[in-house]
Ligand binder design. Structure first.
Ligand SMILES: [Zn+2]
Ligand SMILES: [Zn+2]
Length: 447
């Protein structure tokens, strides 16, 4: 490593070695002596100095080579760009630098016809994946190709980045891609031939986390691959019993993220996180029931409920959700200001299965005042005894039942403090029952 090579023909070799080790001084010296060496590539794979620097995360060398006008889109023998290699090896700073330098994110290698997004997804580098996606939003790719098309770009075998992430058991990448519009039911087949969906590939790989995410995003358990198999069959065949249990079409359906709702797509990060956690919690609960009594039953956490119960006195002043009387209010509905827990708001948004015949899903109504839900805000729980309650996994149970509830939304308009709402309500109020019914049944009709 780092050894100096003296003879002229070894300048190249010396350069590549120095680049690999991040020996900036040597690299500089060699380039000063022979500027054209920047454009040389290794004999066997045709890697340029930039490829080697990017793959090894030598950010200083990458920056220097770019300043020396190395072309960021130079290809190696397999038509891989430096950006692909940086994404493959998870060298986030190099990914960012190359993107900044104008590297083209829409190049395809000659091995599998993959883009840098495929590489990041395949190797599970979620930071690189995010960087590339955010570049795609702003670069010419968005206008020329379209962002959604880029997210769902297929490789030579018809696999989208989501397929690869699912196959390689990369739940974090699966999540990011879904969040960015990856098509859940994309099939590797083309031209009318059915292929595998991401769910088939996750079933094959036996990734419970990926399966959970894909199902929560509405993946179809009944879609068949080119051999006519549903994901359940694939999981069984590969002996992934727990995955098979979740994929079994006869097991309970999971809650599905209501991505089609306008306000859900516009949620602020905090509210989104809260709802996502509630969704995951609800689905984990369902999962527990499905796996109960099977060999795959997850080890139960040590009496978490009991532990929470002990803390009840601490939360006595915090408001309990008036719908379930179980969780704490964490979400405030705009514009009316009514409050409920994340689980209830989620149930409200999820109870309408997406209907393929209607293009726009029904906007859910506030169960208290029946006004349209425009947006959701997170309620900040007040700190008690210097500790703040973890809202995102609000297992906090009710400690007292104080429900006073009065009709009409106008009186609640502008309510923002956590402490004001729940105190007005009485359990017997017929409105609550009405609200509960509407909740489970059908779309609520506006008065
Ligand atoms: Zn609730
Ligand atoms: Zn309301």
């Amino acid at each position: 490593m780092g050894q100096r090579l003296s003879c002229g023909t070894s300048d190249e070799h010396g350069l590549f070695t120095a680049v690999q080790c991040g020996d900036l001084e040597t690299v500089k010296g060699l380039i000063e002596r022979n500027p054209s060496v920047v454009h040389h590539s290794t004999v066997y794979d045709g890697q340029s100095a930039l490829h080697i620097a990017a793959a090894n995360g030598q950010i200083e060398v990458v920056s220097m080579l770019i300043e020396q006008s190395a072309n960021p889109d130079l290809l190696n023998r397999y038509k891989q760009t430096s950006l692909m290699l940086a994404a493959m090896h998870g060298k986030i700073s190099c990914v960012q630098k190359l993107i900044e330098a104008g590297a083209n994110i829409l190049m395809f290698d000659s091995l599998n016809g993959r883009t840098c997004l495929h590489y990041a997804a395949y190797y599970g580098h979620s930071d690189c994946l995010k960087a590339i996606l955010s570049a795609a939003r702003t670069s010419h790719v968005a206008s020329s190709w379209g962002y959604a098309r880029f997210v769902n770009v297929k490789d030579g075998k018809g696999a989208t980045p989501l397929h690869l992430a699912a196959r390689q058991r990369r739940p974090e990448c699966v999540h990011i891609l879904l969040d960015n519009g990856a098509l859940i039911c994309a099939s590797t087949g083309g031209y009318g031939f059915p292929g595998s969906t991401p769910l088939h590939l996750a079933a094959r790989a036996g990734s419970l986390d990926c399966i959970r995410d894909l199902l929560a995003w509405g993946a179809d358990r009944l879609q068949r691959d080119d051999s006519g198999r549903i994901p359940y069959t694939v999981a069984l065949r590969h002996k992934h019993g727990a995955c098979a249990a979740l994929l079994n079409p006869s097991s309970a359906e999971p809650l599905v993220w209501p991505s089609a709702l306008k306000f859900v797509s516009e949620l602020n990060e905090e509210a989104k996180h809260l709802l996502e956690c509630a969704l995951m919690e609800a689905n984990m609960e369902r999962e527990k029931n499905i796996l109960k009594g099977t060999a795959f039953s997850p080890p139960s956490p040590t009496n978490s409920d009991d532990a929470v119960d002990d803390n009840i006195s601490e939360v006595s002043d915090t408001e309990v959700c008036c719908i379930c009387f179980d969780q704490l209010c964490t979400i405030q509905v705009q514009d009316c200001g009514h409050q409920m827990c994340a689980h209830c708001i989620l149930a409200l948004c999820c109870h309408n299965k997406p209907n393929p015949t209607t293009t726009s899903p029904t906007t859910p109504l506030c169960p208290f005042c029946r006004s349209n839900i425009v947006q959701l805000d997170v309620i900040k729980l007040e700190k008690e005894n210097g500790t703040s309650h973890d809202v995102s996994s609000s297992k906090l149970r009710k400690s007292r039942i104080s429900r006073n509830f009065s009709e009409g939304s106008s009186s609640f308009k502008g309510l923002s403090a956590v402490s004001s709402f729940g105190k007005m309500v009485g359990r017997g109020s017929g409105r609550i029952n009405a609200a509960e019914n509407e909740f489970i049944d059908k779309p609520i009709i506006l008065d």
